[in-house]
Each structure stands twice: as structure tokens, then as C-alpha cells.
Ligand binder design. Sequence first.
Ligand SMILES: C[S@@+](CC[C@H](N)C(=O)[O-])C[C@H]1O[C@@H](n2cnc3c(N)ncnc32)[C@H](O)[C@@H]1O
Length: 248
Amino acid sequence: MTPLPRIVGAEILDGLGEDDPAARHSRRDLRRVHRIMGTCSILLRTMRSWALPGSSSAPLRVLELGAGDGSLMLRVAHALAPRWPRVELTLLDRQALVEPDTLRQYASLGWTAVASRMDVLDWVAGPGLIEGAGDSGLRWDVIVANLFLHHFQAGALGELLRAVAARCDHFLACEPRRARPALLASHLVRAIGANAVTREDAVLSVHAGFRDQELSGLWPPGAAAWATREHPAGPFSHCFSAVREGPG
Ligand SMILES: C[S@@+](CC[C@H](N)C(=O)[O-])C[C@H]1O[C@@H](n2cnc3c(N)ncnc32)[C@H](O)[C@@H]1O
């Protein structure tokens, strides 16, 4: 069977206002979709494998790109907090979607979280400073992108990955897998009560998703040595991770 071509289409949710009831419904759908996709477990499997310093050192600096309402990373934080007790987390999104209560829940885990409203393409084009992320906002121990990279065409994605590689030591992306079983499942999200926005965006996301070594092919070759890994994960996801092994 011929592989599905990669097609990036504008997602409806991205065109809706933050408080639009249909957008709110769709973000609730997304939380349910994550449970079906097993996203939290997929992220944890890789993040737990990283040799990162624990409580004795300075806080780990973690950035999530396209973080949405911050609820997925909160589930990750609950699981990781015993191992990573001190984290400075920045949740970057071009919409302001993180509720104050979500930030309080991070705080109760010992994680200092700030939500920063910014277009990632401005972060890529600029020096890398993020408002609210503190003076050392240029460098990150960890950058995570979840259901986010698929928004971009290859050219912009290459630029984005170049900025990521220059600004962090560990990177993990979990994206839709561009494959027929995932496409079939995306047509069935009505079964979990998904609204029209989610139903359309789920299909668009799979068409814009990734397969094989596509993200590795966009990762910048550079002086610093990186250990990269790209693989299918869970029933419908596709992961790329990179760990810096040399000076950067
Ligand atoms: C599908 S949602 C994923 C949210 C979250 N990562 C998750 O997995 O639950 C994609 C998010 O990317 C954000 N986004 C899209 N384009 C963006 C851009 N150019 N810069 C920053 N955020 C963007 C949207 O606002 C949205 O919250």
C-alpha cells in the first residue's frame, strides 16, 4: 500500500478564540484523546530514561512548546516529581490557555510553572528569550513538543528544530503517526463525544503527522554530537528524541 503523503492543513482549533465554547469542548476532547493514545506513558518512557540530575542540583529547566492548557504536562509532572523534584517549567503557547488552578497544581508538586504567550516562530527567529522564563531563559535542560510539530511545513520545521538543538540538551516530540490505522481512528473520534472541531482536526493531524525517520532528516547536523531516536509509539503516535552527547 502506498504511504500517505504528508499534507499540512490549517486546524480549526487554531483559528478559534481562547474562550470559544467549541474550542473549550475541543480541548476537553483532546484530554480524552491523550488517554486513548497513551500519550503520558509514552512521554514518561523516554523522559525517565534520561540521566538528568536529581534533587541535589539546580532546578531542571523544562520548556514545552505549544503546551495548550498545560494539562498533559501536569500528568507528566505528577509522575516525574519524585524523580525530578525541582523543575522550572515554561509552558509556551500562542494562546493563553493555562488556568491559574493548573499553575497551583504544579506548585503543589514543587514545580514552578509559568505560562508564556508567544508564537513559537518568534522564539525561533529571536534570541530565544521567553517572557517570564527568567534571565537564564535562553538555555533548557529539556524541551518537549507534543501534538505540535505537525502544525509546520518542512521548511519552518527545520528552522524550529535548529533552534531547539541550539537551545537544549534533551528534546522529545510526540506527534500523530501518519499511518492508515491512525487515520481510521481519527475518523472515529465521534465515538468519544468529540465535537465537529476535534473530528476535523483529528483527521488533519494524522495527514500532517510523521512516519519513518522524517524528523531525524530535519534534525540539524552539527558539531555537537546528538543521540537521536525516532520510532512509532503506542497505537497512534510517532516519537522523536534527541540527547546531547557532545559540547554544544
Ligand atoms: C493540538 S494542541 C496540543 C496542546 C498540548 N501540547 C497537548 O498535547 O495537549 C496544539 C497547540 O499548539 C498551539 N500552537 C499552534 N501554533 C502555534 C505557534 N505558532 N506558536 C505557539 N503555539 C502554537 C495551539 O495554540 C495549541 O494549543
